[in-house]
Structure formats: C-alpha cells, structure tokens
Design a protein around this ligand. Structure first.
Ligand SMILES: *Cc1c(COP(=O)(O)O)cnc(C)c1O
Length: 367
C-alpha cells in the first residue's frame, strides 16, 4: 500500500527522547525553548511560543490578538475545522469568505466584501502548504485596521517572495501533529514579532502566568504547554525542514509532469514567488464528485491511498451556522472536486510512477 502519509522517527530522535526521559525534566523546559528558538530563527521572527497542539496555538493566538465577544473573524470555509472552532472558543464569530478556485486559499475580493464594523481580524489559511495572497491581504488589513493572522499549520517550510511563512503577518500558527511536515506527535507553535502578542501567548498557555513566574495570574489562561519529551522529537525533525520541503517539491514536480496530459485532472499550481510546502498534493477532478470518487476507488484497488481534504466546507456544518453566510459557490464546488495524493518524503521513484500509471489507466477507462 502506498499511504498518503508516512511517519518515521529517526534514531537521533529516539535517542533525544530517551535522553529527555532520563533527565527527569519532562514538562515544558529547555527542550521546548530550544524548539522555539529553531522556529524563530527559521521564521525570522523575534518570538516563537510553543503549545501542545496547533488548535491550542490558534486559540492562544486569537486571545493574544485580543479577539473576544462580539468580534467577527473572517476566515476560509475550506480548511480543517480547528481554524473555525478556535474562533468559536474565543467567543467570536467566524465569518466565511469564499476561496480562489486556482489556489484554494482565501479570495481577497471576497474577504473585502465580508468586512463589517465588527470585524476584528482576518485569519487566512495556507491550505495544503501554499502561502496565502499575503500582500493583498496585508493591504486590506491595514486599510481597515484589522489584525492579520495566519493558520500556517500545513505550511512550515513554505516561502512568499523568499520570506518564510510565519513572518508575513501579525501572528502565525503552526501545527506539529504527527502527519504534518514537521511533527512532534502533537504540538503547536506561534510566531510573531509583536512583544505584546508574544507575552500574552506565553501567559495564556500557562494559566495567565508570565514566563518564569508563578501564582501571579495576570489574565485568564489554560494549560496549553508542550512537553520537553515531545519537543525532543520536534527538534530533530525541524533540523531537516529545508531538506524535507525540497523532497516534497521534487515529488510534486514529478507527479505534475506525469499527470500533465490527463485532461480530467488539474494539477496544483505553483504560483511565481511562492515556495509551496506541499503538505498535500491535491488535484482537481473537473467533472465533479462522482468522477472524483471513482478515481479514489480505482486508486484504492491499486493499493494507493488518497484522501479528500475536505469533503464539506465549514459553513455547511450546524455548529458553525451561527456564522454569517450566504452561499460560497467556489468552496462548495472545489470540495466536490479535490483529491489529495501521496507526496510525502518517504515515497520511492517507483511509488510515484505507480501513482501516475494508475491515474493514466483510470483516465483511459473513463473514455
Ligand atoms: C492540523 C491543522 C490544524 C490543527 O492542528 P492540531 O495540531 O491537529 O491541533 C489547524 N488548521 C489546519 C489547517 C490544520 O491542517
């Protein structure tokens, strides 16, 4: 079976975990700080703040940015539910804008139309690892005095005009979940250049206690701390971020070269001035859900795993229906067409050939 993700723990990571376990320092400490330093160096930001999950990082970042009751946060309906749940958990209202049919990221034109006098922030999502349209969003945020935030959970290693994702907005969020490009089993990270956002994040993840202080609660908070045990895995992973991103891009190029003459599918765009992190390699099957699902079944028979991220846009779920929505036709159409194929760094040349071959066979069947 060629799986859509593959988890490998290096012997260095195993040794690092062992060392941390032996040290007796298991919870947030020096290893977490070391991982934070690696992130802030890579992202070229003044601060990086670790949390125990990407979801916790989103909740923390929204708190840090001052998002609260009666605020509206404009975000994408075409993302993992954590993005919108974090907004709800901040007592704010998610407002969904439509997406761009080429990049699958927020369409700035639609974002503009969703701004009201209650809008506090824009939370853009770098879906599948492709950087958002940051310049245009920055202009909109500035003009309307909004906080610009990014859910870059899938985009560690991605770049925009040569600048690392994580440094392009007021406050960014990453996930270190087991199947993400860089992982620590579970984990999250916030990056920012804003001292106040950093301090509020450090405090919120630890019950309102400032860094290195105890029992003086300056505000509300929770326990969202990462452990040194899991940070040890993250550190070893993060050392390879450049190399792993390159391999994912190489795999993506090979898939796109192999699939370019198959007219049922559209391969993912790599816009100029963006470096994709290729957390997912996602094709569009133009003829829609039935045909897309038939391709998925065909691939499964050939022992190739593929996944639909995400089958239903978030504005169509009940618990998010408090969100102000009309219809979001592009998100709804794209959700019925997308299919993610394996692109992870542990694929062999033969695996990639098998994937291309299988899709060619399916395409001939279709005709
Ligand atoms: C993975 C992911 C999250 C949540 O991260 P967890 O670490 O699983 O909590 C949020 N948003 C997006 C887009 C993700 O892919």
């Amino acid at each position: 079976m060629i799986n859509i993700s593959s988890i490998k723990i290096s012997s260095q990571a195993k040794q690092a975990v062992q060392k941390t376990l032996d040290s007796g320092c298991l919870v947030q400490g020096e290893r977490v700080e070391e991982l934070e330093n690696l992130f802030s160096q890579h992202c070229q930001t003044r601060y990086a703040i670790a949390t125990n999950t990407g979801t916790a990082a989103l909740h923390t970042a929204l708190f840090a940015a001052g998002v609260t009751k009666t605020d509206e946060v404009i975000t994408s309906p075409f993302t993992f539910v954590a993005t919108a749940n974090a907004i709800l958990m901040s007592s704010a209202k998610p407002v969904f804008a439509d997406i761009d049919p080429q990049t699958f990221n927020l369409d700035p034109k639609s974002v503009k139309q969703k701004i009201t006098d209650k809008t506090k922030a824009i939370l853009t999502v770098d879906l599948y690892g492709l950087p958002s349209d940051y310049r245009t969003l920055q202009e909109i945020a500035k003009k309307n005095q909004l906080v610009l935030m990014a859910d870059s959970c899938q985009a560690v290693g991605a770049k925009y005009y040569k600048q690392p994702v994580g440094s392009l907005v007021d406050i960014s969020v990453f996930s270190l979940y087991a199947t993400k490009n860089i992982m620590s089993a579970e984990g999250g990270m916030i990056t920012t250049n804003d001292k106040r956002y950093a301090q509020r994040s450090q405090s919120f993840r630890n019950h309102g206690q400032r860094l290195r202080t105890k029992y003086n609660y300056e505000d509300i908070g929770l326990n969202y701390r990462m452990t040194d045990v899991l940070a040890s895995i993250g550190i070893e992973q993060f050392k390879k971020v450049g190399q792993l991103t390159k391999i994912r891009n190489r795999n993506a190029r090979k898939l796109s070269a192999g699939l370019k003459e198959i007219d049922e599918v559209i391969t993912p765009p790599i816009p100029k001035n963006k470096t994709h992190a290729f957390h997912q390699y996602t094709i569009r099957v133009k003829k829609g859900k039935q045909v897309r699902d038939s391709l998925q079944k065909f691939l499964a028979k050939k022992q190739i795993e593929s996944k639909v991220y995400y089958p239903k846009p978030l504005h169509m779920f009940n618990h998010l229906s408090t969100a102000k929505v009309d219809t979001l036709p592009i998100a709804e159409e794209i959700a019925s067409q997308v299919l993610s194929l394996p692109v992870h760094p542990n694929l062999s040349v033969k695996d990639i050939q098998s994937i291309v071959q299988a899709i060619k066979q399916w395409s001939n069947h279709e005709k």
